[in-house]
Write a protein that binds this ligand. Structure first.
Ligand SMILES: [Ca+2]
Length: 56
């Protein structure tokens, strides 16, 4: 139904953003996110989730 479709689209959008954030984060281009990069990622995700759940 529509609700299920909406959830899928939302998930795809979030994954696309996460993928972009991951690539942006890999500042030294070694193909992986080290601990410092990981902490930055978590901070970004937290802010993103706040925006997603608070702003309606
Ligand atoms: Ca890296």
């Amino acid at each position: 139904n529509f609700s299920h479709l909406y959830k899928q689209i939302t998930t795809v959008c979030i994954l696309a953003k996460v993928d972009k954030i991951f690539k942006d984060l890999d500042a030294n281009s070694d193909g992986s996110v080290d601990f410092q990069e990981y902490v930055t990622l978590v901070a970004c995700l937290t802010m993103m989730c706040n925006d997603f759940f608070i702003k309606k």
